[in-house]
Design a protein around this ligand. Structure first.
Ligand code: NAP
Length: 254
């Protein structure tokens, strides 16, 4: 029987790479993002699989439930959930717009948590399901100048790793992808293009491939790139105050 994957943030960057990888393996797809036209354009590129598009702003309260209800109404059974949509913002916490920052929390944390909550019972009933949550190397330390973004990704990692234990033996796997700087629209939206942290950004197809393989093999956490791995592991052993200072340093202009 055909299996279906739902991908949030499917219209660009890592999300679009996941779309390509999943379609190559024959999955039917449900694509979620805000831009209806882009979603339709992507849908038109596929003829061999069923593609459903949902134009939805997941930073609006209740949007995740609406996505789930739409799947119920259309009787689309989801087997893979890719919680990928997210964004960051650079700047001092008190100087950034509070509404944009709470929108970020709503998208990066609340929508991801709610979608997991709504789809998980179905996965457990089938004794099968895969969840890929996109965090970041930002998850491993505090991030001055991107304080809220780093904190949202720490939530994603902690939440996902806790679920791995709760779901042990259930047939449902949860994988957290922790990319470092990656060439997508993220940097221009977050206003971090000229920073040290983006001087060696990885390409999105390589990052997505690593995440996809990890999800398919049920791996717990994947950090992409040797330098990013080294950074994430060393952050575990450094005093948090020093790790925060390093994060502030790489957030500076090149
Ligand atoms: N690129 C990096 O350096 C990097 C590093 C670590 C982690 N990440 C994480 O990777 C994930 C994917 O980001 P990306 O780098 O691929 O960025 P991207 O190219 O900007 O893609 C973001 C995707 O999310 C969608 N999106 C944004 N806001 C949304 C909303 N409110 N509701 C629904 N969909 C929304 C966008 O489509 P619409 O605009 O049409 O809604 C787009 O499809 C994010 O969680 C990000 O935090 C990225």
């Amino acid at each position: 029987m055909k299996k279906t994957a739902l991908i949030t943030g499917a219209t660009s960057g890592l999300g679009y790479e996941f779309v390509k990888l999943l379609s190559k393996d024959g999955f039917d797809l449900v694509l979620v993002a805000r831009n209806q036209q882009k979603l339709e354009e992507i849908k038109q590129t596929f003829s061999n699989i069923q593609v459903t598009v949902i134009a939805k702003d997941l930073s609006i309260a209740g949007a995740a439930k609406e996505v789930f209800r739409e799947m119920e109404d259309k009787q689309i059974d989801i087997d893979i959930l890719v919680n990928n949509a997210g964004f960051g913002l650079m700047g001092k916490f008190d100087e950034l717009d509070i509404h944009k920052q709470t929108e970020m929390i709503q998208l990066n944390i609340t929508a991801l948590t709610e979608l997991t909550y709504y789809f998980l019972p179905g996965f457990k009933r089938k004794n099968h399901g895969r969840i890929l949550n996109v965090a970041s190397t930002a998850a491993f330390q505090p991030g001055p100048l991107m304080a809220v973004y780093y904190a949202t990704k720490a939530f994603v990692l902690s939440f996902s790793e806790a679920l791995v234990e709760e779901l042990n033996g259930s047939g449902v796997t949860v994988t957290t992808l922790c990319p470092g700087a990656t060439k997508t629209n993220f940097a221009s939206i977050a206003n971090v293009e000229g920073t040290k942290m983006f001087s060696n950004a990885m390409s999105s197809d390589i990052v997505a491939q690593k995440g996809y393989e990890a999800m398919m093999s049920g791996k717990r956490v994947v950090i992409t790139g040797g330098l990013n791995k080294a950074g994430a592991y060393s952050a575990k052993f450094l005093p948090r105050s020093l790790a925060a200072k390093i994060a502030k340093y790489v957030a500076r202009e090149k």
